[in-house]
Design a protein around this ligand. Structure first.
Ligand code: SGN
Ligand code: CA
Length: 526
């Protein structure tokens, strides 16, 4: 049909609005591959100096065959809350799961899993869950209790009973995911959430990967020895420094008996939970790997050969080698899942996402952990492959957030997005990587206690960030173009007066749009 040029776009837009993206017969399968605390800097395809040593060929494959998002963020940088944002499409204050220590996700509210299940999807969640209440909207589930364990983990069964499995958690989670795919109702499209514990603390690798980074010098971030100047008074008070807060036993793998009588600086709690769970054969390999290295380190330490900076550098290397080795198991899992799709002829009609519940500090600012609205913890990896819909090798710049996942998957499945959802479908960006769905993001962190990061609330645009810490009444503002590592708070700088005004207005506008509660409502009790 030949149309005069001015009518054609209008007609196409009209058709796009009335023709649903997917009909019942061709709803795509959805494979949601998820991990815990996997920073962008530990995925090779993201390309930073550290990322380049990350062992992620299979995750990278998703970037080659689909899209990788550089500007993907969470709404609240902590585990349970991020997962709740994903399932509900709403900010924490609306879905009610504001901190890990809450009473659990209220699943009487709208959730993605319940909706996909009702619309004819075969649904399952396997692995880390961390929302306390039993999964709903899943035909099958088998989840780790709480944080879960790396070795010989328990899984909660659908009858509520815990059952222990021998082996390494990432492998077992993958085996269970593949077994479910094999026995699923094949007359239906599927929605599978395969959610790993790794690379979460205690960063314990699979035995076969203990030596994966032996002899590899991991590049240090420029801010490893950050002095915290010019920024919030909270920074030096946070309890997540590689220097002062790593636990010698379970973070750094120096067993109690090895360091008997040796007083090491930094948090020195006893007990090595993963080692305690291992059987004799597993322990033997563990000790054969770490034992000699620990002895060499302790010898240098006792001889007074190590300065404080040397100690931080040693801890950083040990941390990163173990962290990246756990990533290797996650990447292998992604490889197994993608191979399954290939072998079963499912790849073409399956939308695959790889993401993680938040980012993580890998030595930036001298830290591990997350929680802050600083880039490393605020960002979530997001890679998506959807054959025929996404141009392979896309690198969209759009600002996206975890509250967008649910509306995106609904649109992909040809379903309407309920009014109450606060996220936006990013399907337009998937189809055209130059598009965007918003100009700014809202962030809120409500946790109390662990690691001593204060509640804070903020806005991020493409180029700048502003956040507020009510407990100390401090504003933090960063120019992300000139200062991507966020080392200088420019809040009071006269040359940023106009930007400050604009960001403050945008922050207030977002708080109003999302109907955010007052700071007092969720403040820590005195
Ligand atoms: C555990 C970890 C913390 C971590 C939280 C939250 N401590 O409590 O370091 O910040 O989980 O992580 S540990 O000593 O038990 O390892 S989250 O990803 O679940 O939010
Ligand atoms: Ca997490």
């Amino acid at each position: 049909m030949r149309l005069i040029p001015s009518i054609r776009p209008a007609l196409l837009a009209f058709l796009a609005a009335i023709v649903p993206l997917a009909t019942a017969a061709d709803k795509p399968n959805i494979l949601f591959l998820f991990s815990d605390d996997h920073a962008l800097n530990a995925i090779s395809a993201y390309g930073s100096a550290l990322a380049k040593v990350a062992p992620t060929p299979h995750i990278d494959r998703l970037a080659d065959e689909g899209a990788i998002f550089e500007n993907s963020f969470c709404a609240n940088s902590i585990c349970g809350p991020s997962r709740a944002c994903i399932l509900t499409g709403k900010h924490s204050h609306k879905n009610g799961f504001m901190r890990n220590t809450g009473k659990g996700l209220d699943q009487s509210q709208w959730t993605l899993s319940k909706t996909l299940q009702k619309s004819g999807y075969a649904t399952a969640v396997i692995g880390k869950w961390h929302l306390h209440t039993k999964p709903r909207g899943f035909d099958y589930w088998e989840v780790l209790p709480g944080q879960g364990k790396y070795y010989n983990p328990d899984f909660i069964q659908m009858d509520g009973e815990k059952k222990q499995f021998t082996g390494y958690v990432t492998d077992i989670t993958t085996d269970k995911a593949i077994a479910w795919l094999d026995r699923r109702d094949k007359t239906k499209p599927f929605f599978l959430m395969c959610q790993h514990k790794a690379p979460h603390r205690t960063f314990s690798p699979a035995l076969r990967h203990l030596k994966a980074f032996e002899g590899v010098e991991i590049p240090e971030p420029a801010s490893l020895f950050d002095d915290y100047a010019s920024r919030s008074q909270w920074l030096p008070k946070n309890e997540m420094e590689i220097d002062r807060h790593f636990n010698w036993a379970y973070d750094l793998k120096l067993r109690e008996d090895e360091r008997a009588g040796i007083k090491l600086p930094g948090l020195d709690l006893y007990g090595a939970p993963e080692y305690d769970r291992m059987n004799a054969a597993q322990r033997k390999q563990w000790v054969a790997h770490f034992g000699p290295k620990n002895q060499a380190f302790l010898k240098d330490f006792k001889a007074g050969k190590l300065s404080n900076k040397d100690m931080v550098r040693w801890k950083f290397q040990r941390y990163m080698r173990n962290y990246l080795a756990t990533v290797k198991s996650v990447d292998e899992s992604v490889g197994r899942m993608l191979k399954y799709l290939d072998d079963q002829g499912l790849a073409e009609n399956t939308l695959v996402i790889y993401s993680s519940d938040q980012g993580f500090f890998l030595g930036e600012h001298g830290w591990y952990d997350k929680r802050w609205m600083f880039e490393e913890s605020f960002k979530m990896p997001f890679l998506i492959r959807w054959p025929g819909q996404i141009k392979p090798g896309s690198r969209p710049e759009a600002l996206i957030q975890n509250i967008d996942y649910a509306p995106t998957l609904l649109e992909a499945a040809g379903m309407p997005v309920p009014e109450e959802i606060q996220g936006k479908s990013i399907v337009p960006v998937l189809k055209d990587s130059t598009r965007s769905v918003r100009d700014s993001l809202y962030y809120a962190y409500y946790e109390l206690g662990e690691h001593n990061v204060p509640q804070h609330y903020g806005v991020r645009t493409r180029t700048h960030k502003l956040f507020y810490i009510p407990s100390t009444q401090e504003w933090q503002m960063f120019d992300l173009v000139k200062d991507p590592s966020e080392m200088v708070n420019v809040y009071g700088h006269p040359e940023y007066a106009l930007m400050k005004k604009e960001l403050t207005a945008e922050y207030k506008r977002l708080r109003k749009e999302f109907d955010a509660p007052s700071y007092e409502e969720h403040a820590p009790k005195q």
